[in-house]
Write a protein that binds this ligand. Sequence first.
Ligand code: GTP
Ligand code: MG
Length: 361
Amino acid sequence: MNRKVFKARNIQQAIADIKQELGPDAMILNTRKIPKKPLDPYAEEMFEVEAAVDLPQDKKPVPDHLIKSIKEDIVDIKDMISIAGFGNGMQDMVCNHFESVGILASLLRAGVSEVLASAVIQKASLFMDENAEQGCKIKSLKNYVMRQCLSQVMVKDFFNRDNSSGVPHVAAFVGPTGVGKTTTIAKLAAVLSFQRKMKVGLISIDNYRVGAFEQLKAYASIMGLLCVPAFSSQDLSCALDRMKSMDMVLIDTAGHSHFDKPKIDEILQLIKADFRISAHLVLSVTSESIIMKDAASAFSVFNPDTVVFTKIDETKRCGKILDQINDLRLPVSLIANGQRVPEDLIIPDKRELVKIILGKG
Ligand SMILES: Nc1nc2c(ncn2[C@@H]2O[C@H](COP(=O)(O)OP(=O)(O)OP(=O)(O)O)[C@@H](O)[C@H]2O)c(=O)[nH]1
Ligand SMILES: [Mg+2]
């Protein structure tokens, strides 16, 4: 501790001097009035103030475990505040399983909706309680939530198909504007032809956007793949005929607003002209959940086989994928996580998908 005695004409001055020299943390230890010297005609009354300040080395470091525990408490409090407005069901569950507070908050942070997050945790805790009643070995609630998420997602490696039938599998990618249909097709074409050694052909039926065919053609040229435009059902059947020796034919379609029903119907007429064509719905996770939901509903006329989620690299809230899967009841075939062709494409298994959804991917 650094102690010092300050002298000044008044207390205010002494305190100002102390602050300046010892800093704002200084403590006053003693004050004393020094009487005038009776024999000195010029003498003034003075004040003596003793002050002290802790030297830096006197400060004891707060132990790490204490800081950790304070941080954990703060997280718990924040989590409790974030779910304070939830209904009675959730409050009851929190009383039974305090762990659920943190789990719920982390699902919400990941972007899962309140309704779905609570439902998942409630189901998980139900299983946990049942297991306990049956005398089974109990795991943590987190573990049951993970299992619940795994049981809610579906995946399908749709493009890992052998061509024993002798006819190509034909897959069209449909969805709103700019979600990444063309880019995803280019990535997938590369994976199928170079990694899976499949014969891949590309068709563009996007006659709407200027340069749409050229965009796909540019990728096809780099990969040395056949790529043709088809703007009518005759064109399309000719193109498919040219590609009958392929293993997989990928069709790029024009993106349209989900409100533009006539344009969506135009694509539908073309695609449904050939019963072999499967549809795959492409949605970007950068869209708001409600917009994804509306888009999925508008494009449901295609009766898609799978759903593709793109641009997961642009958000920290991939939890909305769980809500979409829950509504759509469709398996996920692909996840796009960036602009690089072909690197940024994931063909997920269930665990991988759940990790992405929970923000741990
Ligand atoms: N960050 C990011 N960008 C992506 C991803 N996929 C595509 N993009 C970008 O999104 C933009 C639009 O991609 P396109 O493939 O042209 O989208 P589209 O759905 O074919 O667009 P339209 O044909 O006009 O409907 C481009 O700049 C792509 O590079 C992704 O996974 N992450
Ligand atoms: Mg496109």
